[in-house]
Design a protein around this ligand. Structure first.
Ligand SMILES: NC(=O)c1ccc[n+]([C@@H]2O[C@H](COP(=O)([O-])OP(=O)(O)OC[C@H]3O[C@@H](n4cnc5c(N)ncnc54)[C@H](OP(=O)(O)O)[C@@H]3O)[C@@H](O)[C@H]2O)c1
Length: 299
């Protein structure tokens, strides 16, 4: 793509990361707007992009692509405001970054050339780290033809890859992203809680468990699913599963419920692996089964 005229709305981590990444690859956005002057300054200076707050600048009216990197609930209202203020034109493409929402749901009834979703499949906390790893980022892309083409154009200049989505797939795509990313954090919190119930606390323990999880992720990358699965359920070791459940029974019931639910998932994968005898896996299945309400967990 020879030239790309993108204007960024927002000054949060995603606006900073995408504006900064575009600047880094030689396609700096023509401007960045945020509603608070101080936030616009911080983000614009970080990304090396002219910034503004308050009145709409000419660069926004002239941009080929307007990238909405604002809070999900603010996208639709901000687009309507731009339209009412006569800033939008039929030559422009609007993109937003809210992975659970289709382009049409946010930009309905706006007369523009294209509408698209450009969703970085990454947990963005540090814009600088996101910029450094932008080429290994996948973007969920959805929209009408011009919207998709514009979103793919941005992905192309960033040297990244995209996953094409239909509007009806967007919510499930985002649920899967939340499970793989946000729930992973929840899972490590659960592991920490189980440790702390047994009196094991501290940063060293957290570091050890993050390394453990990182190793499991590396194994998934190398060997795929179910190949990467290890542990007592894959081995058909019901005595160890029983001991785990007895240890978890001293903590909140949610911990044991999650162990049961995720254990069932591991059990299905273990059957696919085919290492353990079915009778052993059946014993584990019985242990993991939800007890009838009121019954104490087996120990
Ligand atoms: N963070 C992630 O990991 C991630 C990953 C992929 C996609 N996304 C998506 O990317 C978008 C931006 O996310 P984010 O994490 O950077 O931060 P965010 O907290 O979702 O948005 C922050 C920005 O939105 C602005 N904003 C909030 N309400 C506004 C309003 N009514 N009018 C105008 N601006 C408003 C904020 O301005 P003020 O500073 O003035 O409040 C700030 O600049 C969202 O759609 C999000 O779902 C996020």
């Amino acid at each position: 793509m020879s030239s790309l005229s993108v204007f960024v709305l927002g000054a949060g981590p995603v606006a900073m990361a995408l504006a900064g990444a575009l600047t880094k690859v030689g396609h700096p956005p023509t401007g960045l707007w945020a509603r608070r002057g101080e936030a616009a300054k911080r983000a614009g200076e970080f990304a090396g992009v002219p910034y503004v707050s308050g009145d709409w600048p000419d660069a926004l009216r002239e941009a080929e692509v307007i990238l909405f990197a604002v809070r999900d609930d603010a996208i639709g209202a901000l687009a309507k405001r731009l339209n009412n203020d006569g800033v939008l034109s039929s030559s422009q493409v609007l993109l937003h970054c809210a992975g659970s929402r289709s382009a049409e749901s946010e930009f309905a009834r706006l007369d523009v050339r294209g509408k698209g979703l450009l969703h970085p499949l990454r947990a963005i906390v540090s814009p600088a780290e996101t910029i450094a790893s932008i080429a290994s980022t996948t973007f969920g892309v959805e929209g009408d033809e011009a919207g998709r083409r514009a979103a793919e154009g941005v992905v192309e200049v960033l040297g990244a890859t995209f996953m094409a989505l239909q509007s009806e797939q967007v919510a499930a795509y985002h649920a899967a992203a939340a499970i793989a990313s946000n729930y992973l954090v929840g899972l490590l919190d659960l592991a920490e809680d189980v440790l702390s119930q047994a009196g094991i606390k501290g940063e060293a323990a957290q570091e050890a468990f993050v390394n453990l999880a990182q190793g499991a992720l590396d194994n998934v990358r190398r060997s795929g699913i179910p190949g990467a699965l290890t542990g007592p359920i894959r081995r058909g070791d019901s005595a160890t599963v029983k001991a785990h459940m007895a240890a978890l029974a001293i903590g909140p019931t949610e911990n044991l419920d999650l162990y049961r639910a995720l254990g069932q998932r591991s059990l299905a994968l273990s059957r696919e692996c085919g290492d353990a005898e079915e009778a052993k896996l059946q014993e584990i299945s019985e242990l993991l089964r939800e007890p009838p309400s009121g019954d104490p967990p087996k120990s």
